[in-house]
Design a binder for this molecule. Structure first.
Ligand SMILES: [Zn+2]
Length: 139
């Protein structure tokens, strides 16, 4: 049984319309033998289960053994490089629901964005998780 300490929010660092095939091709290029996240939230709010919670995924180096990784498709502006919160209302609703489910399953876990880990030099997930949790009254 894994001890879950972190529920980590990510973006795919692409467009909301990016495909899962593209994300998987990227992982294959990195030589990964498993997914980067447990759940992927598509632009229409649909959730793809990429991994069972019992298995670790590659979302945040150094923290994966104790993390659940949730990702939304998007996170970058149309210029292809500027970090931007591109979450659709459907993605936000699904993300809220997933976070609530995981809070029940792992009541002691901390919810944070990928960039909130010390030493991470990424903009992921392109918004402040702390502020969003306040907005939806979960913090
Ligand atoms: Zn990330």
């Amino acid at each position: 049984m894994r001890r879950i300490r972190y529920i980590v929010i990510h973006c795919s660092a692409g467009q909301p319309t990016s495909t899962m095939a593209g994300v998987r091709a990227h992982w294959a290029k990195l030589g990964w033998d498993r997914p980067g996240y447990h759940k992927m939230i598509l632009a229409d709010g649909e959730v793809l289960e990429l991994s069972k919670d019992e298995r670790f995924t590659y979302g945040a180096k150094g923290f994966n053994a104790n993390s659940i990784h949730i990702c939304y498709m998007g996170g970058v502006d149309k210029d292809g490089k500027t970090p931007k919160d591109t979450r659709t209302p459907a993605q936000k609703a699904t993300m809220e629901q997933l976070v609530k489910e995981y809070m029940l399953k792992y009541p002691k876990a901390q919810i944070l964005g990928h960039k909130d880990f010390k030493g991470v030099k990424k903009a992921c997930p392109s918004f402040e998780v702390k502020d969003w949790l306040k907005e939806i009254h979960l913090a």
